[in-house]
Design a protein around this ligand. Structure first.
Ligand SMILES: C[S@@+](CC[C@H](N)C(=O)[O-])C[C@H]1O[C@@H](n2cnc3c(N)ncnc32)[C@H](O)[C@@H]1O
Length: 298
């Protein structure tokens, strides 16, 4: 870390235990120490910045010495935070190369900024901790920096609203396509399932311009058919990504899924509605009813 970084006061909490277990025996002292630690704020910008950017996200951007924008609308960010220094780094994420190569370029770029700045902000689409390996990689790469992730409105929120689906009502599984096939996760056809990252099934190469290339939807279809009938209707869902974009969802029959791989893009998620079932645990139902009858008499 560069010696040019100005010292910053941070507060260190010192805990000393005097007694055995009583809370009163634990005293907390606060000590001011000078520290060189840089702060990295990883901010989720929502899928439509103009509508989704939170007040906390704006504060992080405005307070940072430099902000990097990855796949977020730079013009919108600069319009909302006009005094902030915001730089585009989407060009570091290249087409047709492995995901981890792209990530390491971004990690290096952020590290260079942490060497010369006290507060660095990285803006990512949607929620910053949802389906983004970068947070974990940055924490690993810069253990001396303080890394904090700030929530944003994710594609999942937008899809739930667009589909009019309450995630708890049906019980919902959110799963990455490659992990699903790799670990052979068991599915319960009664639950709703959102399969993420269907733009790169069975490949670690991200192909922006032609995501249907190398993309093995045949394997995904074959796996899902173990749990659902071929006639089950599933949906290719797209939540809005910019102010002039809108929600849309394309219904297709599971048995024909692989023939729609040409329709996939980076923002596509596969939604599989759960199949309604009347099967339930009758003893448990009796418990629930007994309680509600008791409540009625109170
Ligand atoms: C790397 S993950 C990032 C998710 C993002 N952090 C979020 O909170 O939505 C990318 C995946 O999110 C899903 N996704 C992203 N944008 C979407 C959109 N506008 N509509 C539907 N799904 C989207 C797709 O499954 C895509 O492959």
């Amino acid at each position: 870390m560069s010696t040019e970084i100005p010292f910053r006061c941070i507060s260190l909490r010192l805990r000393t235990t005097r007694g055995k277990t009583s809370n009163e025996d634990v005293t907390t002292a606060t000590l001011q120490v000078r520290d060189l630690m840089a702060l990295l704020l990883i901010v989720g910008s929502g899928t439509q910045i103009a509508r989704d950017l939170t007040i906390e996200a704006c504060e992080c951007i405005n307070e940072s010495n430099v902000t990097f924008s990855l796949f977020s609308d730079l013009a919108e960010l600069r319009r909302i935070c006009p005094t902030a220094t915001i730089l585009e780094i989407s060009q570091l994420y290249r087409d047709c190369v492995r995901d981890d190569e792209n990530y390491s370029r971004i990690v290096t770029k952020v590290g260079e900024a942490l060497d010369s700045h006290q507060k660095v902000c990285l803006v990512l689409p949607g929620d910053s901790l949802f389906g983004v390996s970068l947070v974990h990689l940055l924490k690993q790469a810069y253990p001396l920096a303080h890394v904090r992730s700030i929530p944003g409105i994710s594609s999942f929120c937008h899809m739930s609203h667009g589909l009019g689906r309450d995630a708890l009502e049906h019980g919902t599984l959110l799963v990455d396509a490659n992990r699903l096939l790799l670990y052979r996760y068991a599915l319960d056809a009664r639950n709703d399932v959102f399969v993420y990252h269907v733009c790169s099934v069975a490949t670690s190469i991200v192909n922006f311009t032609n995501p249907s290339e190398l993309n093995r939807w045949d394997l995904l279809q074959e796996y899902l058919l173990q749990y659902y009938p071929a006639g089950h209707q599933v949906h290719l869902v797209h939540a809005p990504t910019s102010a002039d974009d809108s929600f849309h969802s394309k219904p297709v029959l599971l048995g024909t899924l692989q023939s729609y791989v040409k329709d996939v893009n980076y923002a596509t998620t596969l939604f599989i509605p759960g199949i309604k079932s009347a099967v339930m645990d009758t003893k448990y139902l009796a418990l629930l009813l007994r309680q509600s009858q008791a409540d009625a008499f109170e």
